[in-house]
Design a protein around this ligand. Structure first.
Ligand code: NDP
Length: 255
C-alpha cells in the first residue's frame, strides 16, 4: 500500500535539535504534506537558518511561544486553517529551557520558568492540537499506532530519571530542568492513557547528550547523529512504545 503524505509539527524548530529535525524529516520522512516548524520569533536572527530552509513550500513557519498558552492557541488556530479537512499526524514537543542550578541556589522564578516551558507548554500543545491528531487517526487506514498515523513524541532527558538522579545530579546540577522534565514524563504517561482509545501514540525520547547550545561542547554526539537515530526509532514505533521513555537508540530508560 502506498504511503499517504503526512503533516508534522515541531516546536523549537529554529535551532539545535529542532532545526536538525526539520532538515532530516524533509529528507527521510517523505511523502510529506506540510511541516509546521514552530518558533517564538520567526523574524528574528535566531530563525535565519529556518527561514532559509523554508524556501521549500512544504515548510510553514508558525509563531509559537510554548511558555504562553495564548500563543499556543493562536498557533493551533493558524495550523488548523492550513490543514483544512486534513489531520495532523505527528507532533514533536522539542522546545525546552535548561537552567544550571543546584538545589541550594534554585529560585522560585527558575522553577516556574522551567516548569512553564518544559511541562505546561507540552501539556497545552497536546490539548490544543488534539482535534487535529484525532482527525489524522480517524482518516488513517493503518492498524495500531505509528508516527504516520497519529503520534506525539516528547523530547525528555536522562536527567529526568528519578532512579538515576543520585548518580547524575552532581555532574548535571540543573534542578529546575530536572524537576520540570520529570513532570513532563508524568504528564505524557497520563496523556497516553487518555489517548489510547483514539490510537494516538504518545511517548518520550531522550536524544543523548548532544553538542547544541543546551548540551554544550562536551556533549557525546552531534545533532545529526542524534536526530538520525531518533527518527529511525520513531519510524519503527508501534503501540508497544505507547507511554514509554526510550533513548535515541530505542533502549528503554528508567523513570
Ligand atoms: P537548544 O537550547 O539548542 O534549543 C532549544 C530550542 O527550544 C530553541 O529552538 C529555543 O528557541 C526553543 N525554546 C526555548 N524556549 C522556548 C519557548 N518558550 N517557546 C518556543 N521555543 C522555545 O536545545 P537542544 O536543541 O539541545 O534541545 C532540544 C530538546 O532536547 C529539549 O527538549 C532538551 O531538553 C532536550 N535534550 C537535549 C539534550 C542535549 O544534550 N542537547 C540532552 C537531553 C535532552 P529560541 O531560539 O527562541 O530560544
Amino acid at each position: 500500500m502506498a504511503c499517504k503524505p503526512i503533516n508534522v509539527l515541531i516546536t523549537g524548530a529554529n535551532r539545535g535539535l529542532g532545526l536538525e529535525m526539520v532538515k532530516q524529516i524533509m529528507k527521510t520522512q517523505r511523502p510529506l504534506s506540510m511541516v509546521f516548524a514552530c518558533c517564538r520569533d520567526p523574524d528574528g536572527e535566531k530563525a535565519q537558518g529556518l527561514r532559509e530552509l523554508a524556501v521549500d513550500n512544504i515548510i510553514k513557519i508558525i509563531r509559537m511561544d510554548v511558555a504562553d498558552p495564548k500563543s499556543i492557541k493562536e498557533a493551533a488556530s493558524q495550523v488548523g486553517s492550513l490543514l483544512g479537512q486534513s489531520g495532523l499526524n505527528l507532533i514533536i514537543n522539542n522546545a525546552a529551557v535548561a537552567l544550571p542550578s543546584t538545589f541550594s541556589a534554585t529560585t522560585p522564578e527558575q522553577m516556574h520558568d522551567c516548569y512553564r516551558t518544559n511541562a505546561v507548554g507540552p501539556t497545552c500543545i497536546i490539548q490544543e492540537f488534539l482535534p487535529y491528531l484525532r482527525t489524522a487517526a480517524k482518516d488513517s487506514e493503518m492498524p495500531g499506532m505509528s508516527i504516520r498515523k497519529a503520534a506525539v513524541v516528547n523530547i525528555s532527558t536522562f536527567v529526568s530519571s528519578i532512579g538515576l538522579a543520585k548518580d547524575t545530579y552532581k555532574k548535571f546540577p540543573c534542578l529546575p530542568y530536572r524537576a520540570s522534565k520529570a513532570a513532563l514524563n508524568m504528564m505524557v504517561v497520563c496523556a497516553s492513557v487518555d489517548l489510547q482509545q483514539d490510537e494516538i501514540l504518545c511517548m518520550l525520547l531522550h536524544p543523548g547528550w548532544v553538542r547544541t547550545d543546551m548540551g554544550g561542547p562536551n556533549g557525546e554526539i552531534d545533532p545529526q547523529e542524534s536526530v538520525q537515530s531518533m527518527l529511525e526509532v520513531m519510524s519503527s514505533m508501534t503501540e508497544k512504545h505507547h507511554g514509554k521513555l526510550l533513548d535515541y537508540k530505542g533502549k528503554s530508560m528508567p523513570w
